[in-house]
Design a protein around this ligand. Structure first.
Ligand SMILES: [Fe+2]
Length: 369
């Protein structure tokens, strides 16, 4: 089993430190949002090209959005992409760093081989995706009406730069959904059959930082997050490294139809599915790595191992109560269709499951959200 870390990781205190460390020129392109640029970057009068993602569309990345940006930068001499933002911006940055024309759908459909021709610096402003250290990009292909992930070594950022001050603007809801997503990366990669001794170290430490952070916020209140942002940023980075190696599984796979068809944000749809999936795993294969996970949770939450999944659910629920599936306009009649789509399209993720799941199991997980 192989473990690799392909991205250099740098922790800096502020954008000013970044500015002093990396000399920016007119060959740099910064992809970000205006709400990040205005408070943190604007005063530096940067000499580089700046693109605000929101000018090209909202929500999760689509091939149309990416194609429009590619068209915009086509005739510019850009040698370095600096992506400062959440998962969408980092994922799009990975595509912009490729020698791609305007054929984004072809990349995701694997009709063309990705080839990187620019350096990529990834600066996350959420504590969730781990995208700054992975080789995965996800986009919704409009013509094909499907959300697909592309995993390729050419997508690894050259640098992941962790700057906690960027997390200060993250609204409470996004703080939770992104950090729960990060926790799920740690849990899924820990349970993945592709997990190794080394990836497990990253999963464990990431889970400790994130669940420990949630526990602290439950005790001290949500505003205390501003004092422990670095823990969440590090936790998300560590679980990004572990899932970049061992992969994510059923939670992410089952979340695709919720995101793709009902546009529920990634972290939110994953958090709907986490506990239901863990309960199904426990029912189907009660003994194995899941017991080690229970032990990790048990020592962080200070509860008996056999209660740890239930206690994790209570902890998450106390900070970020789940909505019911009908609140999203989803009828339970569609679960069979979801399960068939997942089995047909998400084998890449299902291969990383703790134990194999049948169509009935998957339907059952959706029912028990
Ligand atoms: Fe995720």
């Amino acid at each position: 089993m192989e473990f690799s870390l392909n991205t250099k990781i740098l922790e800096l205190n502020s954008f000013k430190n970044f500015y002093d460390t990396f000399t920016l020129t007119n060959e740099d392109l910064i992809l970000t949002n205006e709400f990040i640029y205005n408070p943190y970057l604007k005063s530096f009068n940067l000499p580089c090209h700046i693109i605000f993602l929101e000018k090209y569309g909202s929500g999760e990345p689509t091939d149309t959005m990416i194609n429009s940006i590619l068209k915009e930068i086509k005739n510019k001499n850009i040698t370095r992409i600096i992506a400062i933002g959440g998962g969408s911006i980092l994922d799009i940055g990975k595509i912009l760093a490729l020698d791609s024309k305007d054929n984004t759908a072809n990349l995701f459909l694997k009709n063309v081989e990705p080839k990187k021709n620019k350096a990529l610096l990834a600066i996350p402003t959420t504590c969730g995706t781990g995208s700054e250290v992975t080789n995965i990009s996800v986009a919704f292909l409009e013509k094909e009406n499907i959300k697909l992930g592309l995993a390729h070594k050419e997508l690894f950022p050259d640098y992941a730069i962790l700057i906690p001050e960027f997390l200060e603007t993250l609204p409470e809801k996004f703080f939770f959904t992104s950090s729960i997503d990060a926790l799920i990366h740690g849990i899924e990669s820990f349970l993945s059959p592709k997990g190794t001794f080394h990836s497990d170290i990253f999963s464990r430490k990431g889970i400790e930082l994130l669940v420990g952070g949630f526990k602290t916020l439950q005790l001290k209140g949500i505003n205390f997050r501003f004092s422990i942002l670095k823990d969440f940023l590090r936790g998300s980075n560590l679980t990004g490294i572990s899932f970049g190696n061992a992969g994510c599984g059923a939670v992410h796979a089952l979340s695709y139809p919720l995101g793709g068809r009902f546009h529920i944000p990634h972290g939110e749809s994953n958090s709907l599915l986490l506990i239901s999936t863990l309960r199904k795993y426990k029912e189907k294969k009660p003994h194995g790595k899941i017991n080690e996970l229970e032990n990790i949770l048990s020592s962080i939450l200070n509860v008996p191992s056999e209660n740890s999944i239930e206690e994790l659910e209570k902890l998450i629920e106390s900070l970020f109560p789940k909505k019911s599936i009908s609140d999203y306009g989803i009828s339970k009649d569609i679960f069979l269709e979801f399960a068939e789509e997942v089995l047909e399209k998400q084998q890449r993720l299902l291969n990383n499951n703790y134990t194999s799941l049948t169509k009935e199991d998957i339907i059952n997980i959706y029912y028990n959200i």
